[in-house]
Design a protein around this ligand. Structure first.
Ligand code: KG4
Ligand code: ZN
Length: 339
């Protein structure tokens, strides 16, 4: 089976083609980052309009990249949620309509299941069961995963997502949107130990996260200190260390609770090098293993949607002819594969 995947849930238009036997045949991405930069965040209406402009050309580019024609595609997968409603509608409408015209099945993919399965695109894919740490711009969740669609939520953020905390803190450090990767770069120049940020909610049991206090802490620290480059780098360093260590403490707890030996990290923040290094070290010490996708498959992309769509199509899922999207869509509502 060969599946065309379309991702338009936020500010990236992603289109890819995944073949069950040959793997990834095409991967096209257009980032709207420049479009939204002046506003300091994603403007939903501008995002929708740009997806309208880019989705069809990217599909044509993906077919050309793979040297395929429409008749070579056996199914169309599109992100149906969670995400921005207008942005989702673009990919869903194009995907559903193309599948109808091409007389192939369509499948509505859950964006976070796409992220969760992205490490399966790599050479050493994780086996079940595993603990998944989903860390993106909109989500911070720990999930016990025993199979496709067998997701038990262990804990999540009660306020800002990890990526959101990165972006907000980056903004107050004067960095452009989306600030996560830029803050991480600035942190490399920071002196460790100059500032010590709290590790929110680690002093009590449980697997919930809270990151909104960190940006306030960063704001107060910046206000109290000198407004020079080194201070900003030191704040970035302390902030990143706090997020990484907090995530590590909660992952350790989730692994202890489940007894699982494998940890999968997915979503934009899992591209963070400091997080990867720290989790790698922790898992080595535990005698377990950590899995994550290459950086371009951690952030939003079409490849993960094509892959998740293929898995779901093979499991018998199919979208109805109605185009429907779900801006809010809890991951645990997904059915187990074949159920
Ligand atoms: O998964 P993603 O592309 O989109 C959502 O589904 O939200 O995640 C985007 C988030 C942004 O908040 C971005 O700042 C963050 O991931 N991010 C990073 C890094 N790369 C992306 N945060 C920290 N370090 C990075 N290297
Ligand atoms: Zn995402």
């Amino acid at each position: 089976m060969r599946v065309l995947g379309i991702e338009t849930s936020c500010d990236e238009t992603g289109v890819a083609i995944y073949d069950q036997h040959q793997g990834l045949l095409a991967n096209q991405l257009y980032s709207q980052v420049k479009l939204h930069a002046d506003y300091g965040g994603v403007v939903p209406e501008l995002a929708s309009r740009d997806h309208v402009r880019k989705t069809v050309p990217l599909i044509q580019a993906a077919l050309a990249e793979a040297g395929l024609q429409a008749s070579d595609i056996h199914g169309v997968a599109y992100t149906a949620g969670p995400g921005l409603v207008g942005a989702l509608m673009v990919g869903a409408t194009v995907g559903r309509a193309l599948a109808y015209a091409w007389e192939v099945p369509a499948v509505a993919v859950h964006h976070m299941e796409g992220h969760l399965l992205a490490p399966m695109l790599e050479a050493n894919p994780p086996a079940f069961p595993f603990v998944a740490l989903l860390v993106s711009g909109g989500h911070t969740q720990l999930i016990a995963v025993t199979g496709i669609g067998e997701y038990r939520l262990l804990g999540e953020s009660i306020d800002d997502a990890a990526g959101e905390a990165f972006d907000k803190t980056a903004k107050l450090l004067g960095l452009d949107y989306p600030g996560g990767p830029m803050l991480a770069r600035l942190a490399q120049q920071g002196v460790p130990g100059r500032y010590k940020f709290p590790r929110p909610m680690t002093d009590r049991p449980g697997l919930a996260f809270s990151f909104s206090g960190l940006k306030t802490f960063a704001a107060n620290t910046v206000r109290a200190g000198a407004d020079d480059h080194q201070t900003r780098a030191d704040v970035a360093r302390a902030f990143e260390e706090a997020v990484v260590e907090t995530l590590m403490i909660k992952c350790r707890r989730a692994l202890d609770l489940t007894g699982f030996q494998r940890l999968v990290m997915a979503g934009g923040v899992s591209a963070n090098q400091s997080l990867r290094a720290s989790m790698g070290e922790m898992m080595r010490q535990r005698g377990g293993e950590v899995f994550y996708a290459r950086p371009e498959f951690c952030t939003d992309n079409g490849a993960m949607i094509a892959y998740a769509g293929m898995v779901r199509l093979l499991g018998g899922s199919q979208a109805s002819l109605a185009v429907s999207v779900r801006p809010r869509w809890p991951l645990e509502e997904l059915p187990a594969l074949g159920a």
